[in-house]
Design a protein around this ligand. Structure first.
Ligand code: ADP
Ligand code: MG
Length: 345
């Protein structure tokens, strides 16, 4: 796949809506880059600029392998696209849909049949080749859309919320199939979603977007464990946001204190703690204490709400083996590296 370089691409629509503030982004050849953010934050606009369906504002450029594509029309960019709605040809069979892009590129019948067979195997739709699109389930349609998009061996594969319309269990299954497929193809892919679990599983790197701007770029681990701001911390995964004064490397909270790594003194610091990084210990052994307000058994873990420890109730994901009850006082243990001080907003 191509390396994609986005330079200063912003977009203000004629009605004055600024969908994207000018942003730059590099996508490495073969990686899956996920654009993650809430509805309306500019993900689709960014994808459409890369595809050539939208022109960036003056000064913006899109390059594929260092070739300026900004003025190149979509059909000459060799991108493959998959959308939330399938956009398949209803009057054609599955095989004809998958082979369509090859046919218009003049690939001969035998080569086309071979590529279609390869794509059918890759997307697990064997046996459906001669069905019409209206005889397929949503999941099958999305597999066909994917097969059609990758059949032409695009330089860049663009996917806009391709799993959003599917029900939850199917979405999970297709997500992991898609993950294997993207890895085995080694294609450069840009994947748009508002779903953080999808972003985590599929992304080599994630671009978190907010209100038309990039809030953070990083690997799933960086985004999860080292969010640079409160928006990213709360959008990706569950986060306890606590506030209190920091002095001498300690964050003081109503129920005690937490040790921090390299934290400057600050009269009103804001910090993030992931629920699964908080340990439940004997009250006498802890520097931070609170009361268990509720316990919910979730199967693989229990989710506790602990009051009195911080300025607001803490969510704690504890192993399902420990025995705690609502109303009990507990100690909380949190390692310094699990406490992430965030900039004030
Ligand atoms: P996302 O895909 O993250 O949900 P979009 O890129 O579709 O967001 O939209 C970003 C913003 O730009 C939204 O406020 C949307 O309403 C606006 N927008 C998108 N397309 C147009 C358009 N053609 N004209 C005016 N505003 C638009
Ligand atoms: Mg969108």
């Amino acid at each position: 796949g191509a390396a994609v370089h986005i330079e200063n691409c912003g977009k203000t629509f004629p009605d004055g809506t600024q969908a994207l503030a000018p942003a730059s982004l590099d996508i490495v050849s073969g990686e899956t880059l996920v654009l993650l953010g809430p509805s309306g934050c500019g993900k689709t606009t960014m994808l459409r600029i890369i595809a050539g369906l939208e022109t960036p504002d003056a000064g913006g450029r899109v390059l594929f392998d260092r070739t300026d594509m900004t003025a190149v029309p979509i059909e000459q960019r060799h991108v493959g696209m998959v959308f939330q709605s399938y956009a398949l040809f209803p009057n054609m069979t599955v095989a004809e849909n998958i082979g369509y892009g090859l046919k218009i590129r003049g690939v001969d019948k035998a080569a086309r049949a071979a590529r279609v067979a390869e794509m059918v195997a890759l997307t697990n739709i064997g046996g459906l080749e001669n069905r019409r699109i209206d005889q397929l389930s949503g999941g099958q349609r999305q597999r066909v859309a994917l097969a059609r998009a990758v059949a032409v061996r695009p330089r860049v594969l663009l996917l806009d919320e391709p799993l959003t319309a599917l029900d939850a269990s199917l979405r999970d299954r297709l997500r992991s199939e898609l993950n294997s497929l993207l890895r085995s193809l080694g294609i450069t892919a840009i994947y748009v979603t508002h779903d953080q679990a999808e972003a985590m599983e599929l992304g080599d790197r994630i671009v978190v977007m907010r209100k038309g701007a990039i809030a953070q770029i990083g690997t799933p681990r960086e985004i999860y464990f080292a969010p640079q701001n409160r928006f990213v911390a709360e959008f990706v995964g569950a986060a306890n946001i606590v506030e209190g004064p920091v002095s001498g490397g300690r964050l003081t909270l109503p129920g005690g204190w937490l040790a921090l790594n390299d934290a400057a003194d600050n009269a009103a610091a804001v910090a993030m703690i992931r629920p699964e990084t908080i340990g439940i210990v004997a009250e006498a052994d802890a520097f931070l204490r609170g009361m268990v307000e509720s316990v919910a058994f979730i199967g693989d873990r229990q989710r506790l709400v602990v009051t009195g420890a911080a300025n607001k109730p803490l969510t704690v994901d504890a192993p399902n083996t420990i025995n705690v009850r609502a109303g009990e006082r507990v100690g909380l243990s949190v390692t310094p590296q699990a406490v992430r001080v965030l900039p004030k907003e």
